[in-house]
Design a protein around this ligand. Sequence first.
Ligand SMILES: Cc1cc2nc3c(=O)[nH]c(=O)nc-3n(C[C@H](O)[C@H](O)[C@H](O)COP(=O)(O)O)c2cc1C
Length: 196
Amino acid sequence: MSVLLIAGSPSERSRTAAFLDAAGQRLETRGALVNRLRVRDLSPQALLLADFGHPSISQAIGRVARADVIVVATPVYKAAYSGVLKVFLDLLPQDGFKGKTVLPLATGGSPNHMLALDYSLRPVLQSLGAKNILPGIYATDAQVTPTEDGSFHLAPDISARLDEAVHLLITETLQTGLAHAGRFAPVHFSQVRCSV
Ligand SMILES: Cc1cc2nc3c(=O)[nH]c(=O)nc-3n(C[C@H](O)[C@H](O)[C@H](O)COP(=O)(O)O)c2cc1C
């Protein structure tokens, strides 16, 4: 079962990427094959001019196509997901996430835009044909803090949320093989958590 982590921040030293990588490390620990794609590493000109034929774009589209599970992470910019992520998603085929399970993650400066994952990113993931979109996790900058060694520290509460999400991903998708053939069981409203 292969997982593609898509980092949607333009920043080199990125909280979002660190948050995403923490998810990736947990997935690797649970036995998933994890690949990483940073949109900021693709050709900026090809992204902006929608150059589908550019090698970096066609390779990235191929990596998305080969993944069973997508974990996509974005910083909140102007109350929505990042423009960098948008220009990449625009280059995917209309059914680019068909049959895939997707876990959305976001970081934001404050809790005020914690619903951005649901009102801005989720409809796009749905339109790309994602089969299952897990409840997203939103972390504030106060929950993903820089450390002296140049990495980032996750606050215990957000770390626990990530553990739960990865457990859900593994048990419901990877181990049961539902990524190929089935659906998630309904999630009771009392279990839905979308904020910090
Ligand atoms: C251009 C820009 C716009 C931003 N807009 C918002 C916003 O609307 N709401 C919010 O909560 N944080 C906003 N932020 C803060 C970022 O979402 C936050 O610092 C995030 O963790 C940055 O992630 P990164 O380090 O991966 O780039 C904005 C930051 C920038 C640079």
